[in-house]
Design a protein around this ligand. Sequence first.
Ligand code: XUL
Length: 580
Amino acid sequence: MTETNDSFYLGFDLSTQQLKCLAINESLRIVHTETVAFGDELPQYETSKGVYVKGDSIQSPVSMWLEALDLLFSKFTQHGFDLSKVRAVSGSCQQHGSVYWTQKADELLRGLKSTKGSLAEQLSPEAFSRPTAPNWQDHSTGKQCHEFEDAVGGPQELARITGSRAHFRFTGTQILKIAEEEPEAYANTATVSLVSSFLASVLTGQLTSIEEAEACGMNLYDIPKREYHPKLLDLVDKDRKSIESKLKSPPIHCDKPVCLGSICSYFVDKYGFNKDCSVYPFTGDNLATICSLPLEKNDVLVSLGTSTTILLVTDQYHPSADYHLFIHPTLPNHYMGMICYCNGALARERVRDYINGSPTSDWTPFNDALNDTNLNNDDEIGVYFPLGEIVPSVPSVYKRAKFDPSTGHIKEFVDNFADDRHDAKNIVESQALSCRVRISPLLTSGVPVEGLAKDPNVRFDYDDIPLSQYYGRRPRRAFFVGGASKNDAIVNKFIQVLGATEGNYRLETPNSCALGGCYKAIWSHKIHEKQITATFDHFLGEKFPWGEVEHIRDSDDASWHHYNKKILPLSELEASLPKH
Ligand code: XUL
């Protein structure tokens, strides 16, 4: 098949509130975008922001997604986009959600016909043992989380095995809850899909297995052994064969692109797809986000939104109960680390407001304090958590301390620093420093630091690591996204503290999930068709539209070393915080 600039690749993003799809061409340029917003365009489902909320339970109607898919493709054709030129599709979906299919589902999927009505009409309700899919915002599985952690010996051990401690939203706990509370629906379930494998199944017209990177969001997958963990499977269902069959075990490994098959005839006949259009496994939205940039080992993506989220690419499997590790969807022997903080923008805004004396959105006084080199806070450390924090795992707390810069030990806790402007500098520094110390064990060790007079072990979360190790590990490149990445003062402080050695970049990412899906589709297809041999990061690095990314200032060594002195005091301060 000739591949010209007339070849397109689709990347989907099935998120909580909308289904989006981008088409890119061979040069990775976006040539078309369509979106279906569930609330506005499918109001008959009466969801609020794409979900049904009943107390702790948060679910989405599966039929709504099917209707959205038909609507999305009809928009492509109405707007004159020629879907016959699409060579391959892949995509990104909200993580952790699960779809429950009946025994009849495979037959119904294989029998999809453009003449027999819409996808929803042909599949719902018969193909589903439950009409809804638990959403990642669900927090109704507290009991099951305990059962998961108890089964293997605690949160850290569960993190060691599955990459994460137990979480309400993680799919294993969700399936267990359904098995316990809806035994009939569970018994009628022949297959459980994640949202990603659900969409891939509909597009290929047959039930597909779960993609391995996505399987790491279930608390069921043994990452070191790369198979579902028998004891955790047994917890969900005593009948091992049954649960393995429901999950369509094994998952689809990420070592090399696997083609799931061609798009099914329903889409060929109804929307004009080419019958040879290939479908590649869909992944989770965070995993797709790291595929939207040419990230290599030791590169970090810092999202400065309402919360702060760090995504990084690593070859170090160093799990922690306080963050997540997933198998990398496109780089063999690599992982994606994900660290989520609750207290990001909101916490900084509180400090901004009390410096301003009123809740205005003027950042000038805050930024001036942050940039003020005469404002000496070299012996100060503070944490500012108006919301309970995930990393470290503590309830809402503000705590300030003065330490001895020559030893790093805390001398006294104080209610306030000299004036409120100190809080501006201290909050951003401690937020950035917390990111630095948490990503440190996930980075390849750098030049060892010799000759430290004292090299005490420093503890963050559960790890005792010699202080010197924090002095030698720096990220390679840092990419800043999200609202506060536009604030130069905040971003510059993060740049100083994180100390990326090969540059800092800022970019807008309105389409990152769908774009990651597009890039996964084009690279997978080209590898599969033996047109290229390049690894995903190299393929993307060469073709990437670098013009759309702003190269901001480089980190300087002196600033980075300056923050070495605050590592020990931060660990002491965190150790003094009340625990959940
Ligand atoms: C990640 C998570 C969310 C959803 C959002 O663990 O739950 O980021 O993936 O769609």
